[in-house]
Every structure is written in structure tokens, then in C-alpha cells.
Design a protein around this ligand. Structure first.
Ligand code: GRF
Length: 221
């Protein structure tokens, strides 16, 4: 079975969505490592509760530079040697040595319809730009921030009078479908190193899965 390492800095609701879909059998993979740069991240508690074999808090040392931190991160990932690395709300830049080692096997979930609204506060950016659609994207991680090959997307219409809070909530609900679906594509061996997805069974309309009503999903979903 595909072995997945998840890096998360915060709440970990995407990690939870992944763990839940694995438990229900919709994603045929298992999370073998959860690592956070923040020892107080709720994601670590979720991982322990789900009995993930390795749960690691890796806070940066005082004054530690990114390169040194990333070497420590690489050592842990290399030891665990997962098939796939998932960034789920991981708020640090992943260094080149890690990206090279896991090229084509490291993905991120981002709360915008990339290439629009890269970087921080993507939902806020979309609202400020008066975008009529919002959504989320999974993509391969490269040195180009939020610029690696797009894997899957799902979008929805921004409502009149929509607040930041409501839009963030609606986009997060989409992430909770798109991320597990993307991991399942890896489990099925359908993702090429350049991010292209081979045809295969889709999830849309599959029994037992609740999709967000009114949302659209990209091909391959
Ligand atoms: C998500 O919106 C994700 O797209 C972004 O950070 C947030 C993480 O949420 N990168 P959670 O920690 O998974 O709840």
C-alpha cells in the first residue's frame, strides 16, 4: 500500500479528511508519518488519535536557518522513506534537497484556483479581486512557489455578500474532497512525474461520497 507522509503546521483538517477516507476505504493508502514544525499543532493530536506510526514535532531551533532546518527534515523523511509527501497546511518553504529527493511525489493543497492567487491569504486575495469563482487546487511542489503542475481542482461560485469566513469554510470543504482524491490517484499509480493524470475510474457520482453541492470538479476527479 502507498505510504504517505503528511507535513502540517496547524489545525490539520485536511489530514483528518485524508485519514477518514483511508479508514472508509476510499483511499487505499496509509499515513505512516505526520510531522509538524509546530509542537502545538492540532494536526499532531489527530495523528496520534488515528495511531499514525510516527508522529514528529520538529520545531526550528532558535536562529536556525531554513537550509539547516530542511536538512533535519530531509533526514527524517529519508529514514521514513514514504512513497508520497503531502503538504497539508504546512507553512514553511520546503528546501531543494527535499524537493529533489521526492520530485514528482510531493504535493500541496492550496485554497485557490491556481494559477490565480498564489501565496498566503489566497481566499482573501480572491475576495479582494472580486473573483466570481473560488476553489482549491492540488499541485506538485517545485521550487516555484504554488507553481508546480496542477493535479486536481474544484471550484464554486462566490455568493453575493460572501464573507471571508464563509468562503474559507466553503473552500475548505472542497479541499477535504480534492486532497484525498488526489492521494487515491497516486495510490492507483495514475500520476506521471510531470503531473499528468492517466484516465481511470472517476469518483464523481460514486456511492458513499458526498460532494459539495453546486461545486464543479476537474477532469480525473
Ligand atoms: C488549507 O486551507 C490549505 O489549503 C492551506 O492551509 C489550510 C490548512 O488547513 N495550505 P488545515 O490545517 O488542513 O485545517
Amino acid at each position: 500500500m502507498l505510504r504517505v507522509a503528511v507535513l502540517a503546521s496547524g489545525n490539520g483538517s485536511n489530514l483528518q479528511a485524508l485519514l477518514d477516507r483511508m479508514a472508509s476505504g476510499h483511499v487505499q493508502a496509509r499515513v505512516t508519518l505526520v510531522l509538524s514544525d509546530r509542537p502545538d499543532a492540532l494536526a499532531l493530536g489527530r495523528a496520534r488519535k488515528a495511531k499514525v506510526p510516527a508522529v514528529v514535532a520538529l520545531p526550528p531551533e532558535p536562529e536556525e536557518k531554513g537550509a539547516a532546518y530542511n536538512q533535519r527534515l530531509l533526514a527524517i523523511l529519508a529514514q521514513e522513506n514514504p512513497d508520497l509527501v503531502v503538504l497539508a497546511g504546512y507553512m514553511r518553504i520546503v528546501g531543494k534537497p527535499v524537493l529533489e529527493r521526492f520530485a514528482g511525489r510531493i504535493l500541496n493543497v492550496h485554497p485557490s484556483l491556481l494559477p490565480a492567487f498564489k501565496g498566503l491569504h489566497a481566499v482573501q486575495q480572491a475576495l479582494a479581486a472580486k473573483a466570481t469563482e473560488a476553489g482549491c487546487t492540488t499541485h506538485l511542489v517545485t521550487a516555484d512557489l504554488d507553481g508546480g503542475a496542477i493535479l486536481l481542482q474544484a471550484g464554486l461560485k462566490v455568493r453575493a455578500g460572501e464573507t471571508l469566513e464563509s468562503l474559507q469554510k466553503r473552500v475548505l470543504a472542497l479541499e477535504h474532497l480534492v486532497l484525498p482524491r488526489t492521494v487515491q490517484l497516486f495510490a492507483e499509480g495514475r500520476v506521471a512525474p510531470d503531473g499528468r493524470i492517466a484516465a481511470g475510474p472517476s469518483w464523481t457520482g460514486e456511492a458513499g461520497l458526498e460532494f459539495v453541492s453546486g461545486a464543479w470538479y476537474s477532469e480525473g476527479f
